[in-house]
Design a protein around this ligand. Structure first.
Ligand code: PLP
Length: 458
């Protein structure tokens, strides 16, 4: 693993060195000993020059198929001509204006379109820029609703095991992935954590329904005792993505909705990763035919172009907060709230869904890709092959837990050599490609993953 000199070309090396000097790269915590050339590139840092459809091309001309949609945001490929054109038009009109006291067409049209997609059940859209902020907004709004109604004690939240809702302090408090919160635990509010209805337990002989009912039991016990203290439960509908692509049956969403009604607590659906068609329907909640009290969107909503997030909510919540009186209005003032360019990219994204019949395309493509991957299912080193919409995942058996970290790095590096951008989560390898792969690209993606697998797992 050590001493992988990834770039032979001088220009690439220069960019890598400069980037490592002044750019603080997120997540990949790679201590590059820049001075010590002998231990140079532990993991490659790839200077990307441009993008074209599902392909990313680096400065030395090497291409990579973006099979993870650049952290799950890119839906219709890089440098998409339709979105490009819409943005250029918007750029000539209005780049930004504050949304307090002022308004503009892109934000109005986008809010109308999204509301109509929920049949106006969630007819009020509040805007931020990143996913974590949308989660903060939903948590604050939920608390604020109960506050205005006189339920001053309802200020705790529930989340699921392995949940991920972002990394600002409020969002991190409802995240249950140890590595992200370990250091910061003392800064975070205490949250109730309940069993996740992980469908991998089907392998142990339980049906999806039994798994869901078992997990719900946990919620019910908690609420029986503590519902007076609890404002909301926050969940990632159907797939807990950052937690390791943990999938579960839609019956769980139905049951959670019921219980929330019975015990007077809000349901916050964090669809930041699973929204915008990723699970095969525009909103993942549609699989269960339920609506939450708050729905968070971000990531794919602009087609992966610009940062935008939003929280959609009901008349009931909107009215309780908005029309009260001056003291109790909802405050979350964000400079770039409803940015016209980002809204314009989101509108273009929704137009593509319509004009290219994307949901139908997804329902066909997911079958093709699943079929192309079938021989992975029976591989002796692979367990828990799973799929939901345009997400595929499987777990690789690694005997020594200490080797899991090395495995994911090795896999990442080997995949790059095979012109594929993949980034396993521990021993979970997943694909989350853009929705526009053609036959050859599907072929490339699947053969590159087999090739990589054979190189890494011997
Ligand atoms: C990515 C993600 C977030 C956080 O979004 P950012 O834009 O990275 O802050 C929140 N929830 C889920 C489910 C996510 O996948």
């Amino acid at each position: 693993m050590n001493n992988i000199v990834y770039f032979k070309k001088k220009s690439s090396n220069n960019l890598v060195i400069r980037s490592l000097k002044n750019v603080w790269h997120p997540c990949a915590q790679i201590k590059y000993p820049v001075e010590n050339k002998s231990n140079f590139y532990k993991i490659p840092l790839i200077p990307i020059s441009h993008g074209n459809g599902p392909w990313l091309i680096d400065v030395s001309g090497k291409r990579y198929l973006d099979a993870i949609s650049s952290w799950w945001v890119n839906l219709f490929g890089h440098s998409n001509s339709y979105i490009n054109k819409a943005l250029k038009n918007q750029l000539n009109k209005l780049e930004h204006v504050m949304l307090s006291n002022l308004t503009h067409k892109p934000v109005i049209k986008l809010s109308e379109k999204l509301s109509s997609l929920t049949q106006y059940k969630l007819g009020h859209c509040f805007y931020g820029s990143d996913g974590a902020s949308a989660v903060e907004v939903a948590l604050k709004m939920s608390f604020h609703y109960w506050y205005n109604k006189g339920f001053l004690n309802k200020k705790k939240f529930i989340c699921l095991q392995n949940s991920y809702h972002g990394e600002t302090l409020g969002a991190l408090a409802v995240t249950n992935i140890q590595s992200f919160k370990e250091i910061y635990t003392s800064l975070l509010n205490k949250t109730y954590i309940i069993t996740t209805p992980d469908s991998r337990n089907i392998n142990k002989g339980n049906s999806a329904n039994e798994i869901a009912r078992c997990a719900i039991f946990d919620l019910e016990i908690l609420l029986k005792k503590n519902h007076n203290k609890i404002a909301a439960i926050i969940i990632e509908p159907l797939v807990q993505c950052a937690g390791g692509m943990i999938m579960y049956d839609s019956i769980y969403l139905k049951l959670v909705r019921e219980i929330c009604n019975n015990y007077n607590i809000h349901l916050i659906a964090d669809e930041i990763a699973v929204g915008c068609g990723r699970t095969g329907k525009f909103f993942a909640c549609e699989h269960a035919e339920i609506w939450p009290d708050f729905l968070c969107l971000s990531k794919g909503i602009t087609g992966g172009y610009l940062p935008l997030s939003l929280v959609m909510t009901t008349d009931k919540i909107y009215n309780s907060i908005y029309y009260k009186n001056n003291i109790n209005i909802f405050l979350h003032s964000h400079s770039y709230s409803g940015n016209p360019l980002a809204c314009c990219a989101a509108l273009a994204t929704l137009e593509i869904f319509n004009k290219d019949n994307i949901l139908q395309r997804i329902s066909q493509d997911m079958k093709k890709i699943t079929k192309a991957l079938t021989s992975l299912i029976t591989h002796p080193k692979i367990i828990n092959f799973r799929q939901k919409g345009m997400i595929w995942a499987f777990d690789v058996i690694i005997e020594d837990p200490e080797q899991i970290e090395t495995f994911s790095k090795k896999f990442f590096v080997a995949a790059l050599k095979n012109e594929l951008l993949l980034r396993p989560i521990g021993n979970t390898v997943y694909l989350m490609p853009p929705y526009i792969l053609n036959k050859n690209e599907i072929q490339h993606m699947t053969s590159a993953i087999f090739q990589t697998f054979n190189e890494v797992i011997t």
